[in-house]
Design a protein around this ligand. Sequence first.
Ligand code: CAA
Ligand code: NAD
Length: 293
Amino acid sequence: MKIEKVGVAGCGLMGSGIAEVAARAGMSVVVRELDSDAVDAGRGRIEKSLARALKKEKISAEERDATLGRIDFVTEVEGLADRDLVIEAVVEDLAVKNELFGTLDELCPEDTIFATNTSSLTVTDMAAAVNRPDRVVGLHFFNPVPVMKLVEVVKTIATSEQTLERAFEFARAVGKEPITAKDNSGFVVNLLLVPYMLDCIRQLERGVASIVDMDRGMVLGCGYPMGPFTLCDFVGNDTTLRIAEIMFDEYREERYAPPPLLKRMVAMGLHGRKSGRGFYDYSGDEPVPMDLV
Ligand code: CAA
Ligand code: NAD
Protein backbone atom coordinates (compact mmCIF):
# COMPACT_ATOMS: atom_id res chain seq x y z
CA MET A 1 0.00 0.00 0.00
CA LYS A 2 1.53 3.33 -1.13
CA ILE A 3 2.42 5.75 1.65
CA GLU A 4 0.28 8.87 1.18
CA LYS A 5 -0.19 10.27 4.66
CA VAL A 6 3.02 11.15 6.51
CA GLY A 7 3.52 12.38 10.04
CA VAL A 8 6.69 14.16 11.12
CA ALA A 9 7.48 14.64 14.80
CA GLY A 10 9.87 17.55 15.29
CA CYS A 11 10.19 20.43 12.83
CA GLY A 12 13.77 21.49 13.55
CA LEU A 13 16.67 21.35 11.11
CA MET A 14 15.76 17.86 9.91
CA GLY A 15 12.04 17.49 10.54
CA SER A 16 11.35 20.65 8.55
CA GLY A 17 13.32 19.25 5.59
CA ILE A 18 11.62 15.85 5.79
CA ALA A 19 8.19 17.51 5.89
CA GLU A 20 9.15 19.66 2.91
CA VAL A 21 10.32 16.82 0.66
CA ALA A 22 7.28 14.65 1.51
CA ALA A 23 4.88 17.52 0.76
CA ARG A 24 6.76 18.41 -2.46
CA ALA A 25 6.26 14.76 -3.49
CA GLY A 26 2.49 15.27 -3.20
CA MET A 27 1.95 13.58 0.14
CA SER A 28 -0.30 14.83 2.93
CA VAL A 29 1.95 15.83 5.85
CA VAL A 30 1.14 16.51 9.48
CA VAL A 31 3.97 18.04 11.50
CA ARG A 32 3.85 17.89 15.26
CA GLU A 33 5.92 20.24 17.36
CA LEU A 34 5.89 20.89 21.10
CA ASP A 35 4.29 24.33 21.11
CA SER A 36 3.13 27.14 18.84
CA ASP A 37 6.49 28.94 18.95
CA ALA A 38 8.23 25.77 17.72
CA VAL A 39 5.53 25.35 15.07
CA ASP A 40 6.13 28.92 13.87
CA ALA A 41 9.90 28.36 13.78
CA GLY A 42 9.47 25.09 11.88
CA ARG A 43 7.02 26.55 9.40
CA GLY A 44 9.46 29.41 8.87
CA ARG A 45 12.26 26.96 8.02
CA ILE A 46 10.09 25.28 5.39
CA GLU A 47 8.92 28.58 3.92
CA LYS A 48 12.55 29.82 3.72
CA SER A 49 13.68 26.66 1.99
CA LEU A 50 10.81 26.81 -0.52
CA ALA A 51 11.56 30.51 -1.14
CA ARG A 52 15.15 29.53 -1.97
CA ALA A 53 13.91 26.85 -4.38
CA LEU A 54 11.50 29.38 -5.95
CA LYS A 55 14.28 31.97 -6.34
CA LYS A 56 16.42 29.32 -8.06
CA GLU A 57 13.41 28.50 -10.29
CA LYS A 58 13.43 24.90 -9.07
CA ILE A 59 9.70 25.23 -8.29
CA SER A 60 6.90 27.59 -9.39
CA ALA A 61 4.89 29.82 -7.04
CA GLU A 62 1.95 27.47 -7.58
CA GLU A 63 4.06 24.45 -6.57
CA ARG A 64 5.29 26.37 -3.53
CA ASP A 65 1.72 27.17 -2.48
CA ALA A 66 0.51 23.61 -3.17
CA THR A 67 3.39 22.20 -1.10
CA LEU A 68 2.60 24.42 1.87
CA GLY A 69 -1.08 23.57 1.44
CA ARG A 70 -0.26 19.88 2.00
CA ILE A 71 1.39 20.50 5.39
CA ASP A 72 -0.64 20.81 8.59
CA PHE A 73 1.05 21.83 11.82
CA VAL A 74 -0.17 20.56 15.20
CA THR A 75 1.07 20.65 18.78
CA GLU A 76 -1.00 17.68 19.96
CA VAL A 77 0.47 14.22 19.31
CA GLU A 78 -3.07 13.04 18.47
CA GLY A 79 -2.65 14.97 15.21
CA LEU A 80 -0.40 12.10 14.02
CA ALA A 81 -3.00 9.39 14.70
CA ASP A 82 -4.21 8.88 11.09
CA ARG A 83 -0.84 8.57 9.33
CA ASP A 84 0.50 5.70 7.15
CA LEU A 85 4.05 6.56 8.27
CA VAL A 86 5.34 8.65 11.16
CA ILE A 87 8.97 9.81 11.05
CA GLU A 88 10.46 11.16 14.25
CA ALA A 89 13.10 13.87 14.03
CA VAL A 90 13.02 15.01 17.64
CA VAL A 91 15.99 15.63 19.89
CA GLU A 92 18.67 12.88 19.90
CA ASP A 93 17.49 11.38 23.16
CA LEU A 94 16.23 7.79 23.39
CA ALA A 95 13.85 8.48 26.27
CA VAL A 96 12.16 11.30 24.34
CA LYS A 97 11.93 9.20 21.17
CA ASN A 98 10.58 6.17 23.00
CA GLU A 99 8.02 8.21 24.94
CA LEU A 100 6.77 9.57 21.63
CA PHE A 101 6.65 6.15 19.93
CA GLY A 102 4.98 4.63 22.99
CA THR A 103 2.18 7.21 22.77
CA LEU A 104 1.87 6.76 19.00
CA ASP A 105 1.74 2.98 19.45
CA GLU A 106 -1.57 3.49 21.29
CA LEU A 107 -2.90 6.11 18.86
CA CYS A 108 -2.02 4.89 15.36
CA PRO A 109 -3.61 2.00 13.41
CA GLU A 110 -1.59 -1.20 13.70
CA ASP A 111 -0.24 -0.98 10.13
CA THR A 112 1.26 2.49 10.59
CA ILE A 113 5.03 2.39 10.15
CA PHE A 114 7.27 4.16 12.68
CA ALA A 115 10.56 5.53 11.33
CA THR A 116 13.37 7.27 13.15
CA ASN A 117 15.78 9.87 11.75
CA THR A 118 18.24 9.25 14.59
CA SER A 119 21.92 9.85 13.86
CA SER A 120 23.43 7.43 16.33
CA LEU A 121 20.85 5.64 18.48
CA THR A 122 20.04 2.10 17.44
CA VAL A 123 16.63 1.50 15.88
CA THR A 124 16.36 -1.72 17.90
CA ASP A 125 16.15 0.30 21.11
CA MET A 126 13.04 2.01 19.71
CA ALA A 127 11.50 -1.14 18.19
CA ALA A 128 11.79 -2.82 21.59
CA ALA A 129 9.65 -0.08 23.13
CA VAL A 130 6.54 -0.59 20.96
CA ASN A 131 4.10 -3.41 20.17
CA ARG A 132 4.88 -3.28 16.43
CA PRO A 133 8.64 -3.97 16.15
CA ASP A 134 8.08 -5.40 12.65
CA ARG A 135 6.91 -1.95 11.54
CA VAL A 136 9.84 0.04 12.94
CA VAL A 137 12.64 1.15 10.62
CA GLY A 138 15.38 3.76 10.41
CA LEU A 139 15.05 6.46 7.74
CA HIS A 140 18.22 8.49 8.25
CA PHE A 141 18.14 11.64 6.10
CA PHE A 142 21.11 14.00 5.63
CA ASN A 143 21.34 17.73 6.20
CA PRO A 144 20.05 19.75 4.33
CA VAL A 145 17.31 17.27 3.51
CA PRO A 146 16.10 18.98 0.30
CA VAL A 147 19.63 18.77 -1.13
CA MET A 148 21.35 15.61 0.14
CA LYS A 149 20.29 12.59 -1.92
CA LEU A 150 21.11 9.88 0.61
CA VAL A 151 18.74 8.14 2.98
CA GLU A 152 20.07 5.28 5.09
CA VAL A 153 17.31 2.69 5.52
CA VAL A 154 18.01 0.79 8.73
CA LYS A 155 16.57 -2.67 9.28
CA THR A 156 16.47 -4.30 12.71
CA ILE A 157 16.24 -8.03 13.33
CA ALA A 158 12.46 -7.50 13.72
CA THR A 159 11.75 -5.23 10.73
CA SER A 160 9.47 -7.05 8.25
CA GLU A 161 10.33 -7.30 4.55
CA GLN A 162 7.12 -5.40 3.74
CA THR A 163 8.12 -2.53 6.03
CA LEU A 164 11.57 -2.42 4.44
CA GLU A 165 10.05 -2.37 0.96
CA ARG A 166 7.68 0.47 1.87
CA ALA A 167 10.54 2.42 3.45
CA PHE A 168 12.59 2.13 0.26
CA GLU A 169 9.53 3.10 -1.82
CA PHE A 170 8.96 6.15 0.36
CA ALA A 171 12.61 7.25 0.15
CA ARG A 172 12.51 7.04 -3.65
CA ALA A 173 9.10 8.77 -3.79
CA VAL A 174 10.59 11.80 -2.02
CA GLY A 175 13.48 11.91 -4.49
CA LYS A 176 16.17 10.21 -2.43
CA GLU A 177 18.61 7.37 -3.13
CA PRO A 178 18.33 4.87 -0.29
CA ILE A 179 21.03 2.50 0.91
CA THR A 180 20.59 -0.33 3.40
CA ALA A 181 22.39 0.11 6.70
CA LYS A 182 22.85 -2.31 9.57
CA ASP A 183 21.54 -1.25 12.97
CA ASN A 184 24.92 -0.28 14.43
CA SER A 185 25.33 3.11 16.08
CA GLY A 186 26.13 5.63 13.34
CA PHE A 187 24.97 3.26 10.59
CA VAL A 188 27.30 3.81 7.57
CA VAL A 189 28.08 7.50 7.08
CA ASN A 190 28.16 8.83 10.64
CA LEU A 191 30.43 5.95 11.62
CA LEU A 192 32.94 7.56 9.25
CA LEU A 193 32.00 11.23 9.42
CA VAL A 194 31.60 11.81 13.17
CA PRO A 195 35.16 10.73 14.13
CA TYR A 196 36.45 13.15 11.46
CA MET A 197 34.42 16.01 12.94
CA LEU A 198 35.52 15.16 16.50
CA ASP A 199 39.17 14.79 15.47
CA CYS A 200 39.09 18.28 13.94
CA ILE A 201 37.89 19.66 17.28
CA ARG A 202 40.67 17.76 19.06
CA GLN A 203 43.28 19.19 16.67
CA LEU A 204 41.85 22.65 17.30
CA GLU A 205 42.20 22.06 21.06
CA ARG A 206 45.83 21.05 20.42
CA GLY A 207 46.46 24.28 18.51
CA VAL A 208 47.36 22.64 15.20
CA ALA A 209 45.75 25.51 13.23
CA SER A 210 42.98 28.10 13.45
CA ILE A 211 39.28 27.41 12.87
CA VAL A 212 39.42 29.28 9.56
CA ASP A 213 42.62 27.60 8.33
CA MET A 214 41.37 24.10 9.15
CA ASP A 215 38.09 24.86 7.37
CA ARG A 216 39.87 26.36 4.36
CA GLY A 217 42.34 23.50 4.37
CA MET A 218 39.65 20.84 3.86
CA VAL A 219 37.73 22.94 1.31
CA LEU A 220 40.76 24.04 -0.76
CA GLY A 221 42.83 20.91 -0.26
CA CYS A 222 40.19 18.17 -0.42
CA GLY A 223 37.29 19.83 -2.23
CA TYR A 224 34.94 19.44 0.73
CA PRO A 225 31.81 21.61 0.31
CA MET A 226 32.21 22.83 3.91
CA GLY A 227 35.12 22.80 6.34
CA PRO A 228 34.70 20.75 9.55
CA PHE A 229 33.80 23.64 11.86
CA THR A 230 31.33 25.12 9.39
CA LEU A 231 29.86 21.62 9.20
CA CYS A 232 29.68 21.25 12.99
CA ASP A 233 27.83 24.56 13.24
CA PHE A 234 25.55 23.42 10.38
CA VAL A 235 24.67 20.09 12.00
CA GLY A 236 24.31 21.61 15.46
CA ASN A 237 26.98 21.22 18.16
CA ASP A 238 24.35 20.05 20.64
CA THR A 239 23.38 17.25 18.27
CA THR A 240 27.01 16.35 17.50
CA LEU A 241 27.74 16.16 21.24
CA ARG A 242 24.78 13.81 21.77
CA ILE A 243 25.93 11.67 18.83
CA ALA A 244 29.48 11.49 20.22
CA GLU A 245 28.23 10.50 23.70
CA ILE A 246 26.01 7.77 22.23
CA MET A 247 28.68 6.39 19.89
CA PHE A 248 31.39 6.49 22.58
CA ASP A 249 29.03 4.61 24.91
CA GLU A 250 28.47 2.03 22.18
CA TYR A 251 32.07 1.54 20.97
CA ARG A 252 34.26 2.80 23.84
CA GLU A 253 36.85 4.00 21.33
CA GLU A 254 38.65 7.31 21.89
CA ARG A 255 37.86 8.53 18.37
CA TYR A 256 34.17 8.77 19.34
CA ALA A 257 34.83 10.47 22.71
CA PRO A 258 33.26 13.93 22.94
CA PRO A 259 36.10 16.52 23.06
CA PRO A 260 36.04 18.71 26.21
CA LEU A 261 35.85 21.84 24.04
CA LEU A 262 32.62 20.60 22.43
CA LYS A 263 31.11 19.94 25.86
CA ARG A 264 32.02 23.42 27.09
CA MET A 265 30.63 25.05 23.94
CA VAL A 266 27.28 23.27 24.25
CA ALA A 267 27.10 24.09 27.96
CA MET A 268 27.49 27.76 26.97
CA GLY A 269 24.77 27.53 24.29
CA LEU A 270 27.21 27.68 21.37
CA HIS A 271 25.09 25.26 19.34
CA GLY A 272 26.09 26.65 15.94
CA ARG A 273 23.90 28.26 13.26
CA LYS A 274 20.76 27.26 15.19
CA SER A 275 21.72 29.42 18.19
CA GLY A 276 23.55 32.13 16.23
CA ARG A 277 26.99 31.20 17.54
CA GLY A 278 29.14 28.08 17.57
CA PHE A 279 32.64 27.86 16.15
CA TYR A 280 31.62 31.00 14.28
CA ASP A 281 29.51 34.01 15.22
CA TYR A 282 26.73 34.37 12.63
CA SER A 283 25.32 37.69 13.84
CA GLY A 284 27.00 39.76 11.09
CA ASP A 285 27.00 39.57 7.28
CA GLU A 286 29.88 37.08 7.30
CA PRO A 287 30.61 34.32 9.87
CA VAL A 288 33.38 35.41 12.28
CA PRO A 289 35.48 32.70 14.03
CA MET A 290 35.03 32.56 17.80
CA ASP A 291 37.99 32.77 20.16
CA LEU A 292 37.62 29.35 21.80
CA VAL A 293 41.10 28.02 22.59
N1 CAA B 1 17.97 24.00 2.13
C1 CAA B 1 17.61 23.78 0.86
N2 CAA B 1 18.44 23.96 -0.20
C2 CAA B 1 19.69 24.39 0.06
C3 CAA B 1 20.14 24.65 1.36
C4 CAA B 1 19.21 24.43 2.43
N3 CAA B 1 19.57 24.63 3.70
N4 CAA B 1 21.43 25.06 1.31
C5 CAA B 1 21.76 25.07 0.02
N5 CAA B 1 20.73 24.66 -0.73
C6 CAA B 1 20.72 24.46 -2.18
C7 CAA B 1 20.85 25.76 -2.94
O1 CAA B 1 19.59 26.26 -3.26
C8 CAA B 1 21.61 25.32 -4.18
O2 CAA B 1 20.67 24.73 -5.07
P1 CAA B 1 21.06 24.65 -6.66
O3 CAA B 1 22.31 23.77 -6.72
O4 CAA B 1 19.86 24.03 -7.30
O5 CAA B 1 21.34 26.05 -7.08
C9 CAA B 1 22.52 24.19 -3.68
O6 CAA B 1 21.89 23.70 -2.48
C10 CAA B 1 23.90 24.66 -3.35
O7 CAA B 1 23.73 25.66 -2.39
P2 CAA B 1 24.66 26.96 -2.40
O8 CAA B 1 25.23 27.14 -3.76
O9 CAA B 1 23.88 28.05 -1.76
O10 CAA B 1 25.78 26.65 -1.33
P3 CAA B 1 26.82 25.48 -1.36
O11 CAA B 1 27.31 25.22 -2.72
O12 CAA B 1 27.80 25.79 -0.30
O13 CAA B 1 25.97 24.22 -0.90
C11 CAA B 1 25.43 22.79 0.86
C12 CAA B 1 25.37 24.23 0.38
C13 CAA B 1 24.58 21.92 -0.10
C14 CAA B 1 24.86 22.72 2.27
C15 CAA B 1 26.91 22.33 0.82
O14 CAA B 1 27.70 23.26 1.55
C16 CAA B 1 27.11 20.94 1.40
O15 CAA B 1 26.83 19.96 0.76
N6 CAA B 1 27.64 20.89 2.67
C17 CAA B 1 27.93 19.61 3.32
C18 CAA B 1 26.65 19.14 4.01
C19 CAA B 1 26.88 17.81 4.71
O16 CAA B 1 27.98 17.31 4.87
N7 CAA B 1 25.75 17.23 5.18
C20 CAA B 1 25.79 16.00 6.00
C21 CAA B 1 25.86 16.41 7.46
S1 CAA B 1 25.91 15.02 8.53
C22 CAA B 1 24.27 14.51 8.57
O17 CAA B 1 23.39 15.13 8.01
C23 CAA B 1 24.00 13.26 9.34
C24 CAA B 1 23.79 13.41 10.82
O18 CAA B 1 23.18 12.52 11.40
C25 CAA B 1 24.41 14.52 11.56
P1 NAD C 1 16.67 20.18 16.19
O1 NAD C 1 17.12 20.51 17.57
O2 NAD C 1 16.91 21.14 15.08
O3 NAD C 1 15.13 19.83 16.16
C1 NAD C 1 14.55 18.95 17.10
C2 NAD C 1 13.11 19.40 17.22
O4 NAD C 1 12.38 18.42 17.94
C3 NAD C 1 12.95 20.72 18.02
O5 NAD C 1 12.30 21.66 17.21
C4 NAD C 1 12.11 20.32 19.23
O6 NAD C 1 11.18 21.31 19.60
C5 NAD C 1 11.40 19.09 18.71
N1 NAD C 1 10.92 18.15 19.71
C6 NAD C 1 11.56 17.70 20.82
N2 NAD C 1 10.78 16.79 21.45
C7 NAD C 1 9.65 16.64 20.68
C8 NAD C 1 8.48 15.84 20.78
N3 NAD C 1 8.31 15.01 21.82
N4 NAD C 1 7.54 15.95 19.81
C9 NAD C 1 7.71 16.79 18.77
N5 NAD C 1 8.80 17.59 18.62
C10 NAD C 1 9.74 17.50 19.57
O7 NAD C 1 17.35 18.77 15.86
P2 NAD C 1 17.72 18.16 14.43
O8 NAD C 1 19.10 18.60 14.05
O9 NAD C 1 16.60 18.38 13.49
O10 NAD C 1 17.83 16.60 14.80
C11 NAD C 1 16.65 15.85 14.98
C12 NAD C 1 17.01 14.38 14.87
O11 NAD C 1 17.60 14.14 13.58
C13 NAD C 1 18.04 13.91 15.89
O12 NAD C 1 17.77 12.58 16.22
C14 NAD C 1 19.35 14.02 15.09
O13 NAD C 1 20.35 13.15 15.58
C15 NAD C 1 18.90 13.59 13.72
N6 NAD C 1 19.72 14.08 12.59
C16 NAD C 1 20.28 15.34 12.65
C17 NAD C 1 21.03 15.78 11.55
C18 NAD C 1 21.66 17.17 11.55
O14 NAD C 1 22.55 17.43 10.70
N7 NAD C 1 21.26 18.07 12.45
C19 NAD C 1 21.19 14.97 10.43
C20 NAD C 1 20.58 13.70 10.42
C21 NAD C 1 19.85 13.26 11.52
